[in-house]
Design a protein around this ligand. Structure first.
Ligand code: TXA
Ligand code: MG
Length: 349
């Protein structure tokens, strides 16, 4: 299949190109498009055959449900049984990087929800995403536009790398601003459960809802035979080809440990800006300043993809703090590392 590539400026969107992509969606095709979190791979949310094409283009297991993207929060009524809490969340965080899981209506085919009776709804803020959904006049089901198992795409080059020849079109709209996928919560009466952390932090959610539980799979490995609250949690996502280990400890000890490791192994370090001047002769990719969690979030997936291209045997990254968007970084890194954490003390160096 020949994949058409449309370049669209998010600040000055081209209606002709957007309409052509919306036509592709309406006729059952697949279009990758930018959002503020990561690129999505879209299909009409009410078309079960189009949904099946998403699973095959990504190589995604069919029990892992898709998020439905809407143009305005009230459009959720067509697809889900909403509640007062949904509208509180919507007025605080939508459009934006929040996904809400609610009981589904029959307009959503079970192929889209992986057989679940709930549906995940999100109203993105990216202008291209919003205009595409509006022009399609239907919700757009969209997982991240990567091959299943590789890091989510944060720029069009990543999407082209994974999806060229497998889908009808890709809209190139520049770099994703946030770089990690949306926060996912499920509503249960008047409480929330955080299923996947993202840029909308738990503290922000607590301003709207008194009780925000964190699903154990956010930070812990699933136990054998445990059924996760969100099917995506059971898959080892974001895995670079070389094994990744997370390093914890005092900053100076960790840097020293990484320098020593680099002498003995063909390894690469996802490094903080502050330690780069110390890393002479060491392979590294800079991920931003130590305290700048937003920048680390934005760069993480691109850095994991780049690490794959550098033919190393091992990758080391810092264990992030679990505060704010750090919890989202922690969640992605701990899974990419298959929960391998090395705690460094002076005697290890
Ligand atoms: O930022 C994002 O959310 C991006 C952009 C494209 O919007 N999308 C995204 O989709 O990350 P995906 O498919 O890569 O991740 C969706 C996650 C999966 O882990 C899936 O298991 C979970 O959402 N999910 C979807 N529907 C669900 C449901 N009904 N109940 C629980 N989890 C659900
Ligand atoms: Mg994904």
């Amino acid at each position: 299949m020949q994949t058409k590539i449309f370049t669209v400026d998010p600040e000055n969107t081209d209606a002709k190109k957007i309409n052509e992509c919306a036509d592709i969606l309406r006729s059952g095709g697949l279009v990758a498009f930018p959002t503020e979190t990561v690129y999505g791979l879209g299909a009409m949310a009410t078309d079960k055959d189009a949904a099946k094409k998403i699973y095959s283009a990504k190589g995604r297991p069919s029990d892992n449900p898709l998020i439905i993207h809407i143009a305005s929060p009230a459009d959720a009524e067509r697809y889900a049984y909403t509640s007062e809490l949904y509208y509180k969340l919507a007025s605080a965080f939508m459009p934006g990087p929040l996904t809400v899981v609610m009981p589904k209506k029959s307009t959503v085919p079970s192929e889209v929800t992986g057989g679940l009776e709930t549906v995940a709804i999100r109203c993105p803020s990216h202008p291209i995403a919003r205009e595409l959904i509006r022009a399609a006049q239907c919700a757009v089901a969209a997982p991240s536009a990567n091959l299943s198992g590789s890091p989510s795409p944060t720029e069009s080059a990543h999407v082209i790398n994974d999806m060229n020849g497998r889908i009808d079109a890709i809209i190139d709209g520049g770099c994703a601003e946030i770089g990690l996928e949306s926060t996912i919560v499920s509503i249960d009466g008047d409480t929330l459960t955080l299923l996947r952390p993202g840029a909308i932090t738990r503290d922000a959610l607590l301003c709207v809802c008194e009780t925000v539980n964190i699903a154990s799979a956010v930070t812990e490995a699933l136990k054998e035979n445990e059924r996760p609250l969100s099917p995506g949690m059971k898959y080892r996502h974001y895995a670079p080809k070389a094994p990744l280990a997370l390093i914890d400890g005092e900053q100076n000890d960790v840097t020293e440990f990484l320098i020593e490791k680099s002498k003995a192994e063909n390894c690469l370090i996802l490094a903080y800006d502050e330690e780069i001047p110390l890393l002479t002769g060491v392979k590294y990719i800079g991920v931003g300043a130590r305290q700048d969690l937003e920048s680390q979030a934005k760069r993480l997936f691109g850095a994991l993809r780049e690490a794959d291209e550098r033919s190393v045997d091992k990758i080391y990254a810092h264990l992030p703090v679990k505060d704010g968007i750090g919890l989202a970084l922690y969640n992605r890194l701990i899974r990419a590392a298959a929960h391998t954490v090395i705690t460094v003390t002076k005697k290890d160096i």
